[in-house]
Design a protein around this ligand. Structure first.
Ligand code: ADP
Ligand code: MG
Length: 235
């Protein structure tokens, strides 16, 4: 690797995963560099969540390997935002993250406050989580995932069920985190946001990536004007 090449933050090689007779993932490989936003797109049931669980270390694959190189790892190596984050009502946003911070080495109240500011929830830090909108709840989940400054951030459909303005806001925060060096892997159906914010797009279909490249490369390859059109040509 040349000295100028961005450091690899996450490397998955030849991931296989079956459920019963169904081969959901067959030899899936990807590498994500520090500061890169990699988007996984694909039809429902194509295995995006299954892949993210494996990348996040929540589930062991049937075959293959996942590595988070040590030199890239901070206090916490991987942060993960599930598709439907759930928080216990009755606690404030601040206390929710404060409680979680106790599980992480060296993360204190100041870090919690900085994280709430970072995801745009500084103004509602002391409101009960039950009173937050769906979008704010998702931003709180993003805050929980980035507490402890993981080198890799894995997001499963962070924009689902949110209005376009909130999707933009959320992807904006994700872009800021990547600009500071975080490697991001995000599964998303929000193709306009993916086109704007992703550095690399991986199209998952029938067990492996049917195409991958920058949004511009995918448009050129498919001779289309938008990632939504390109997606329809590929899958
Ligand atoms: P996506 O996130 O792209 O919609 P998933 O990864 O959730 O896809 O699911 C991919 C396929 O694997 C689906 O057919 C789903 O039913 C199946 N699947 C996922 N998890 C399990 C599981 N724990 N047991 C059995 N089948 C599963
Ligand atoms: Mg899914």
């Amino acid at each position: 690797m040349s000295e100028d090449a961005p450091a690899t933050a996450l490397r998955a090689q030849a991931i296989d995963q079956s459920f019963g007779d169904v081969d959901v993932l067959s030899g899936v490989s990807l590498s994500v560099a520090r500061g890169e936003v990699a988007a996984i797109v694909g039809p429902n049931g194509s295995g995006k969540s299954t892949l993210l669980h494996i990348l996040a270390g929540i589930a062991a694959p049937d075959g293959g390997s996942v590595a988070v190189p040590r030199e890239a790892a901070g206090a916490r190596s991987v942060g993960y935002l599930p598709q439907r984050p759930a928080f216990r009502d009755g606690f404030s946003a601040r206390d929710t993250l404060g409680f979680y911070a106790q599980l992480l080495d060296g993360v204190d109240d100041e870090d919690v406050a900085a994280t709430l500011d970072r995801v745009g929830l500084g103004g509602v830090a002391d409101r009960s989580v039950g009173s937050l909108s769906g979008g704010m709840t998702r931003l709180l989940g993003l805050g929980q995932a980035v507490l402890g400054e993981p080198s890799v951030l894995i997001l499963d459909e962070p924009g689902s069920g949110l209005d376009p303005a909130m999707v933009e806001r959320l992807f904006g925060v994700v872009g800021d985190l990547a600009a500071d060096g975080t490697a991001v892997v995000v599964a998303s159906h929000e193709l306009p946001a993916v086109e704007t914010h992703a550095d690399t797009v991986y199209v998952l279909d029938a067990g492996d990536f049917a195409a991958s490249g920058s949004p511009a490369e995918l448009l050129t390859e498919t001779d289309t004007d938008s990632l939504s059109e390109a997606f329809l040509r590929i899958v």
